[in-house]
Design a binder for this molecule. Structure first.
Ligand code: ACK
Length: 929
């Protein structure tokens, strides 16, 4: 794994006032009384030219100073380094209101190097520059020079050169030096290809694609390419070259093999010593010549020793006569030959790891160095053919539910990857989930499908299938859990969640009571509390694919509420979705307060398929109930246009939101957002739902910075068409976000969602940067294949980047689960010391974003104090601390016996949510997020 090729950027200087001989004579306006050129001695006693201005007593200063024309010499982004000293206004008496402590930097692109006067209106402002250090009268007395160094960068692409200007508005400044430079990625050699000195791109995220050329005496292995990043670092090397035959790599160049050595193929790793009875007299040999009287046949490899002997006769007494098999393929690398497949000196060998029930032919050649030289080549081989025995088949995979009613269902599956023989029958074992395997039923069939009847409604069943050959049964497939569909089943699942919500509410009240009780009985715990337990979650939550319903309307009405269109008040269009406009508006429901909602509508003239796809999103979303999954309010299907109504997310999609607030959040806030996404994804994976399109653009953010997973649409489009990934719909796979196995053979699993989650982490920490910048999709696929992974974004704590890398493990089994990711993020939040200091409490720039906004579920679990505060009992902090309760979890666990993390989460989240709505209410005027 590598992130960047570590060759440091080389700055190329366009202007340096310290090296200009003689006076600068820049244009100043006014010519008198504003900026003045003053020669001084620098710290090494070398004369330097500075510009100074100090009109701190007079108001409304506007003094301009413009450099000479600076040719940009091919640069697209230039850096301006200004060293200056600045007088502290507080140290000057009587200047209040007139004295300033900043100046402004401007630029103006121009082809003309002789603009005689300063056209102020044609200059564009780069920035207002303030000093980190200012000096006072005392410093002057002590001859202390407090030098500031500030660097700004500017894109200059439109003209041959540019001017810079400094505007003073009433400060006391000396510009000690001005240096203008651009960055290049320096000439480098990588994988035996030379990459030239390359000027970086115009934007801070630009990548310049550069093609390398093979070094002397080398040839292309695969087109060598690298990208020059904006900071002058080379990134993502792809491809490279090999040294030609007769040459080997040494220190990035190709050196000739010395006499006595040879290299016959460019792909050989290095030169080898000449084999016995041969020699090479000159450097750079690709083969060694035989000594006089010794021979090597034309087809003998150059590695073979030269020999005097005659060709051998054919081997004898192989076990059975050869048979003709026209469809033979070479054995794959998985077949093991012991001691080796070639170069054998003995007449015995063992071949293992053969496939079961497969016909093999083995041909044995006897050979010596002059086998063909003497022309005796007629019967030099003998062969033996055999068919391996049958074995038990590999497990059956991809079991599909093809039909379901209240009492029955139909399943279908694929033949095992390795049947290992003739499949005689399949065996289906199934049982009620609650029963585990205590009692189960078995059905056998010759087909790859089965109809199972006599099932109990409202019950989750677990199915396993295995196949049998003459050699016996293979292993069972992984369990497939299925919930018998039916109105009552769905209702029960919903009701169970209502029960949980109610319990959460009761628990909230209960906790408050605990505190009061605690006060009176402290220090010994009230005994009844010790036995308090939340009942285990009622019902089993498993995602039901709406596409298994023959009638899509049945699915939609099972999972989504029909809303009367008269209760919806549409306000404005907020975007365009895949099927039509997305609007915001309000929804009134009986007995509830009016809420803000997002309304997606299906544009007129839709086909049946479009209607089904559109509504499928609601059928999927309606099955979820989690604070980090976008909540479905309902659907309008009885009148047109069809609508899907969801909760409204004030801050829109996460990628655009982060780009808008670049650099404005603390690391903890970013981790809080990621925690929310991980929590939502854990919930989805627990329900066996694979998202397939997890990306920051599909996360929505509300006004409390709570992140919620959305967009349950695309997932289906890919599934729909078995050809989708490979043929006409290749573009439907979001390559940059998708795991390699999902791209190459459509293996979409929770582990591939984890890969995408890693990409979302990178997007979040880099504030909405495009993964792999402007590399094209093919290069992204290649780079990933070659082991490249996205480097840590700027200011990214190492632990977070490590977690990203874990999500991008090539082997999907090596990636963490969402539950592990969530634990990891929670640990980080609780031990902020693992994140870099200085990024914890205050926003980096954040003047517009109110950092006091605490996201509800994205935030770390509250400290004991915050939590006590939220229920108005902060005065008991010390009492609880003395009793050893430092965190909310320890209290929940010790005192209330709530051990399951998910139950703790639910309780904490509900208290936080309640608290947040109160906070929001109070802080409304000061939260402009
Ligand atoms: O990035 P955005 O502002 O967030 O633009 C897209 C647009 O609609 C098309 O999908 C926005 N959007 C979608 N669902 C919601 C929602 N529930 N609340 C707010 N905005 C939404 C999305």
């Amino acid at each position: 794994l590598f992130t960047c090729v570590c060759v440091s950027a080389i700055p190329v200087t366009l202007l340096d006032t310290r090296t200009v001989p003689g006076e600068l004579k820049w244009a100043a306006n006014p010519a008198e009384g504003g900026w003045e050129e003053v020669s001084i001695m620098d710290e090494k006693n070398i004369p330097i030219r500075t510009y100074q201005v100090c009109n701190v007593l007079e108001p409304s200063q506007n003094n301009w100073l413009r450099t000479d024309w600076i040719p940009r010499s091919g640069a697209q982004r230039v850096y301006v380094e200004v060293k200056f000293t600045l007088r502290d206004c507080n140290s000057l008496p009587g200047v209040t209101g007139t004295c300033k402590e900043t100046f402004n930097l401007y630029y103006h692109e121009s082809n003309e190097d002789r603009e005689s006067y300063i056209k102020e209106s044609s200059f564009i402002k780069v920035d207002t520059v303030a000093a980190d250090e200012s000096f006072t009268q005392v410093d002057v007395g002590d001859r202390i020079m407090k030098l500031n160094t500030e660097i700004r960068d500017v894109k200059v692409t439109t003209r041959k050169g540019f001017y810079l200007a400094f505007q003073d508005v009433g400060a006391c400044i000396a510009l000690v030096s001005v240096r203008v430079f651009y960055k290049t990625c320096p000439l480098t050699v990588r994988n035996l290809a030379t990459f030239p000195d390359t000027v970086t791109g115009a934007d801070t995220s630009s990548l310049v694609e550069v093609r390398g050329s093979c070094v002397n005496q080398s040839e292309e292995r695969e087109e060598p390419k690298m990208y020059c990043g904006a900071d002058g670092e080379w990134l993502v090397p792809i491809g490279g070259c090999f040294c030609k035959p007769g040459y080997e790599e040494q220190g990035g160049a190709c050196k000739a093999c010395s006499a006595g050595f040879y290299k016959s193929k460019s792909s050989d790793p290095g030169c080898s010593k000449c084999p016995p009875h041969s020699r090479s007299l000159r450097d750079g040999a690709n083969v060694c010549d035989c000594h006089t009287g010794f021979f090597r046949a034309d087809f003998d490899p150059p590695s073979m020793a030269c020999t005097r002997k005659k060709p051998p006769s054919a081997p004898q007494q192989l076990i059975s006569p050869p048979r003709n098999h026209t469809l033979c393929l070479p054995c794959g690398s998985d077949v093991l030959f012991s001691p080796d497949q070639t170069g054998l000196q003995t007449t015995r060998m063992v071949v293992s790891r053969l496939r079961a029930h497969t016909h093999y032919t083995f041909i044995v050649y006897a050979r010596n160095g002059v086998s063909l030289v003497s022309g005796a080549g007629a019967s030099q081989s003998a062969s033996v053919s055999l068919t391996t025995n049958q074995a038990a088949p590999s497990p059956v995979s991809s079991i599909q539910l093809t039909d379901v009613t209240r009492h029955s269902l139909s399943l279908a599956w694929q033949q095992p990857d390795r049947p290992n023989g003739v499949i005689l029958e399949y065996e289906v074992k199934f049982y009620e989930k609650d029963q585990r395997e205590r009692s189960y039923r078995i059905m056998r069939t010759f087909l790859r499908s089965v109809d199972v009847a006599g099932l109990n409604p409202l019950t989750v069943y677990v199915f396993h299938v295995r196949a049998r050959t003459a050699a016996g049964y293979g292993e069972y497939s992984a369990p497939t859990c299925l919930l018998l569909s039916g109105d009552i089943a769905a209702k029960l699942a919903r009701d169970s969640w209502e029960v949980i919500k109610l319990l959460v509410f009761v628990a909230g009240l209960f906790i408050q009571l605990v505190f009061l009780a605690f006060l009176f009985i402290h220090p010994s715990p009230p005994s009844f509390l010790v036995h308090f337990r939340l009942p285990s979650v009622v019902g089993v939550k498993i995602y039901v694919d709406p596409f298994t319903y023959e009638d899509p309307d049945q699915a939609i009405h099972e999972f989504a509420k029909e809303i009367d269109v008269s209760n919806i008040h549409i306000e404005r269009v907020i975007g365009i979705g895949e099927f039509g406009e997305v609007c915001s508006g309000r929804l009134r429901s009986q007995g509830k307060r009016e809420i803000y909602v997002a309304i997606k509508s299906l544009k007129a003239g839709y086909s049946d398929k479009q209607r089904r796809d559109f509504l499928s999103e609601a059928s999927i979303m309606g099955q979820f109930d989690h604070p980090n999954i976008i909540r479905l309010e309902g659907v309008v299907t009885r009148c047109k246009p069809l609508m899907i109504i969801t909760e409204y997310m004030e801050n829109g999609s996460l990628d655009a939101f982060l780009r808008k607030h670049d650099g404005q959040f603390t690391v903890i806030q970013l981790v809080g957002m990621l925690r929310g996404v991980a929590s939502g994804m854990k919930y989805l994976s627990d329900m066996s739902y694979v998202h397939r399109d997890l990306a920051a653009r599909n996360i929505l953010v509300n006004s409390n910075l709570v992140c919620k997973v959305s967009d349950f649409g695309l997932s289906r489009v890919l599934e729909d068409d078995p050809e989708a990934a490979y043929t006409t719909r290749v573009r439907l796979i979001p390559i940059r976000w998708t795991a390699p196995e999902a791209i190459s053979y459509r293996k979409f699993t929770t582990a591939s969602d984890v890969w995408s989650y890693g990409i979302v982490m990178w997007e979040v920490v880099s504030y909405g940067e495009r993964p792999y910048w402007d590399m094209n999709n093919q290069d992204v696929i290649k780079a990933i294949e070659e082991g490249y992974r996205l480097p840590a974004p700027m200011d990214c704590p190492v632990v977070l980047h490590q977690l990203m890398l874990d999500c991008w493990e090539r082997e999907r089994g090596d990636r963490p689960s969402f539950s592990q990711i969530l634990n990891m993020l929670d640990k980080l939040i609780r031990n902020p010391g693992t994140l870099p200091p200085g990024t914890m409490l205050e926003s980096r720039v954040g003047s517009e974003v109110c950092v006091s906004v605490v996201p509800e579920v994205c935030v770390p679990p509250w400290s004991m104090y915050e939590w006590l505060q939220s229920i108005g009992l902060e005065r008991y902090r010390d009492v609880l601390a003395a009793a050893g309760y430092s965190s909310l979890e320890s209290l929940l666990m010790d005192r209330l016996g709530i051990i399951t993390p998910s139950h703790q989460d639910i309780l904490i989240a509900s208290v936080q949510q309640e608290m947040l709505s109160q906070m929001q209410h109070m802080q409304h005027s000061m939260v402009p997020v």
